[in-house]
Design a protein around this ligand. Structure first.
Ligand code: PLP
Length: 399
């Protein structure tokens, strides 16, 4: 593998991933000499249009769907917003949405806004392992339900949800099903053609592609109303001149993700397990947040008794270890993770939890190194005077 021996121990791959060098190589011509607009008929335009179509095939191959079912967007957030908006536009008389309490803010925030506009939102709960409460799902869908939106894998705990079963139930009752698969794609196999999923959101920067580009799968039998109106790009489903280099990068990232899927289930999982078991053996007072079986192969969310995650991140940073407290979008704020709170954990446990997320660019040596450093960091944090010192440094803002 290239890029090994990175001075930073990067274990925050659910926040974002490094761009694979092969992805960058594929993108570069489209940022230099192949600068055509895919909508223009000239030679350069045709080259760009062909490159976008090739990327569509690559993404479709990773998801197991038809290329025409893929619309390129500016990322996971736009894809989710577009799916929600379309489902509601298609069912103007239906005013009920079902989602979960542990979705990413890209779903929760639009739902909050819709609630203010008079929609009713049902948030499905999770149990102490982060697993979805399935028992009543059939009865939660009502005649006025416009959409069910359930993520495929949780970004904080990695816990997987049974989207295939949920989509089948929703479909049988004539309700659109959207899944935010931003964290699942490229980490676990997905054959979407075999499901009743209407929409699926994908993000490039979680699979070693560039940031600011994503895709929305729209089942070919599902009517779609675009969020962005303007030019006729993307077959009239997403206006705006295409981010050609980004799309080409996403396409290559998808191709590489498909080639590396097996490695996620074996090598990346082995690294995660070595890390997690190593921490549990060496550091007392640590609990795993989330089900250890129905979980992404790359994610480990750990609760450290007597530790504040914010302080821990500062010490980890000094040791050049990059991890995360809750989701990246929440860092900088002192709010305990809504995911861990929904699992029934106290504010204290939620605030003492750290997420380590791995990728194919991590190595066994990096795991050894973090296992060497982490016990001393946690011991220091558990020492009250150490904690006081760190809190004071945070207040002075010059750690
Ligand atoms: N959904 C989930 C589960 C995520 O983890 C993220 C990113 O953190 C998003 C959606 C948003 O994706 P993007 O950053 O491409 O807008």
């Amino acid at each position: 593998m290239p890029l090994r021996g990175d001075p930073i121990l990067y274990f925050d791959n659910n926040a974002t991933t490094r761009v694979d060098p092969l992805v960058l190589e594929t993108m570069l011509p489209f940022l230099t000499e192949q600068y055509g607009n895919p909508s223009s008929g000239c030679r350069l335009g045709k080259l760009a249009a062909n490159a976008v179509e090739r990327a569509r095939e690559q993404v479709a191959a990773l998801l197991g769907c038809e290329p025409r079912e893929i619309v390129f967007t500016s990322g996971g957030t736009e894809s989710i917003n577009a799916a929600l908006a379309s489902a509601l536009q298609m069912n103007p008389d239906r005013r009920h949405i079902v989602t979960t309490a542990v979705e990413h803010s890209a779903t929760l925030k639009p739902c909050e806004a819709l609630e203010k506009q008079g929609y009713e939102i049902t948030h499905l709960g999770v149990d102490g392992l982060g697993l979805l409460d399935m028992i009543d799902f059939k009865h939660i869908i009502r005649p006025d339900t416009a959409l069910v939106a359930v993520m495929a894998a949780n970004n904080e705990t990695g816990v997987l949800f049974p989207i295939r079963e949920l989509a089948a139930i929703a479909h049988a009752q004539g309700v659109f099903f959207h899944t935010d698969a931003v964290q699942a794609v490229g980490k676990i196999p997905i054959r979407i053609a075999e499901t009743q999923i209407a929409y699926m959101s994908v993000s490039s920067h979680k699979i070693h592609g560039p940031k600011g580009v994503g895709a929305l799968y729209i089942n070919r039998r599902t009517a779609f109303h675009p969020l962005l109106l303007g030019g006729g790009q993307e077959n009239g489903r997403r206006a705006g001149t295409e981010n050609v280099a980004g799309i080409v990068g996403l396409g290559k990232a998808a191709e590489l993700a498909a080639q590396n899927l097996e490695r996620e289930a074996t090598e990346v999982k082995a690294l995660r397990d070595a890390f997690e078991n190593g921490v549990l053996e060496r550091i007392p007072g640590v609990q795993v947040n989330g089900d250890r079986i129905a979980r992404l192969p790359n994610t480990s969310n750990l609760a450290f008794e007597g530790v504040e995650a914010e302080s821990a991140l500062l010490l980890l940073e000094r040791a050049k270890i990059c991890a995360s407290a809750g989701s990246a979008c929440m860092s900088g704020s002192l709010h305990p993770s809504h995911v861990l709170r929904a699992m029934g954990f106290s504010n204290k446990r939620a605030r003492g939890s750290l997420r380590f997320s791995f990728s194919r660019f991590n190595t066994a040596e990096e795991i050894e190194k973090v296992l060497e450093l982490l016990p001393a960091i946690i011991a220091k944090l558990r020492n009250e005077s150490g904690n006081r010192f760190i809190r004071a440094a945070i207040r002075r803002k010059h750690f």
